[in-house]
Ligand binder design. Structure first.
Ligand code: DGY
Length: 321
């Protein structure tokens, strides 16, 4: 019997892939760090039964229109803004993602980024490496407190809730803004709902965890930053396109806000000439929210489990559509 053909758009650890080779004919892109090119993506998608994709792969309508056998796109991310869902739906192709398994890991990174930005951790480490530490001084690398401050979470999904739990452990007051109220979190964590504008005006740390959609694109614009306190920090750990980066840059250089911690950018990857990297009050990371070995392995397994389910006529565990 001919095995279904699964194409994986990055080189992933063979130990995780191997058990699935019994069921599928699996081919992978050759490199872990270099994304697949369009030509190879089109060639493989054309005849694959399943593709395991990365958030950096653009799975658009023109690609899907050529897919003759494709039944599932298993995206290695909780976000799926890289996939044209309506095109997938029109062709009856299942889309799955990897929620839950990355929640705690991404919340850890988001809180670490907030702490690093507030306490100038990266800047301070660089200071020693550059040989600049000559004396102890009372205000040397003095940052801002995190404990007992107000955190404003925009996008209160699973990761938002996990972040709120961490923040409550630091005695922070937590406000959140979301499309719908999260009564269970309000009750169990003592967090409070706020309108977007009101959250911006009250929070000492504004954290964006909203998915990228037509409604959230550039929701952090000039107007949003102008509402924040001058002493407040902006943290983004969801998608870069939720932010108008030029507006953020201007808010930072005009000291309308105190600093920013960014794990994501409008156009990734950014290079070393990106203007935000030149600002000492900004901490930048290369989109590593869910990047721990345990979690990445679990995400890959979940993608493979979803593929196995769909190709045997069942429903994916973590179905998007
Ligand atoms: C996701 O899963 O969408 C994250 O951005 C990956 O770190």
């Amino acid at each position: 019997m001919v095995k279904p053909y699964l194409y994986v758009t990055r080189k992933l650890p063979e130990e995780i892939i191997r058990p699935f080779r019994r069921q599928f004919d699996i081919q992978m892109w050759l490199y872990e760090e270099k994304p697949i090119n369009r030509e190879a993506l089109e060639r493989e998608t054309k005849h694959a039964d399943a593709i395991l994709t990365m958030l950096s792969d653009q799975i658009d309508r023109s690609l899907l229109e050529q897919a003759e056998n494709l039944k599932i796109i298993a995206n290695l991310a909780v976000g799926y803004d890289n996939i044209d869902l309506s095109a997938a739906k029109d062709r009856g192709i299942t889309v799955s993602n990897t929620p839950d398994v990355l929640t705690e890991t991404t919340a850890d990174l988001t809180f670490a980024l907030l702490m690093a930005t507030a306490r100038r951790i990266v800047e301070a480490a660089r200071f020693i490496e550059q040989g600049s530490w000559n004396n102890w001084a009372p205000f040397l690398m003095a940052g801002k407190d995190v404990h007992h401050k107000t955190l404003g979470i925009v996008g209160m999904g699973r990761i938002g809730e996990a972040l709120a739990r961490r923040a409550r452990g630091f005695s922070m007051d937590v406000l959140y803004h979301n499309r719908s109220r999260h009564l269970q979190a309000e009750e169990s964590l003592g967090v409070h709902y706020a309108e977007f504008e009101s959250l911006l005006e009250q929070a000492d740390y504004v954290v964006c965890l909203a998915p990228l959609t037509e409604e959230t694109k550039h929701m952090f614009d000039k107007e949003a930053f102008s509402r924040m306190k001058k002493s407040a920090f902006f943290i983004n750990a969801s998608r870069g396109k939720n932010v108008d980066e030029k507006a953020l840059y201007h808010a930072l250089i005009n000291e309308e806000i105190a600093g920013a911690g960014l794990d994501v950018f409008e156009d990734e990857p950014i290079d070393s000439s990106h203007p935000l990297l030149a600002l000492q009050q900004v901490t930048c990371l290369p989109h590593i929210g869910s990047a721990t070995i345990e979690t990445r392995n679990r995400m890959i397994e979940l993608c493979l489990e979803n593929i196995a389910l769909v190709l045997s006529g069942k429903k994916a565990k973590t179905l998007v559509i």
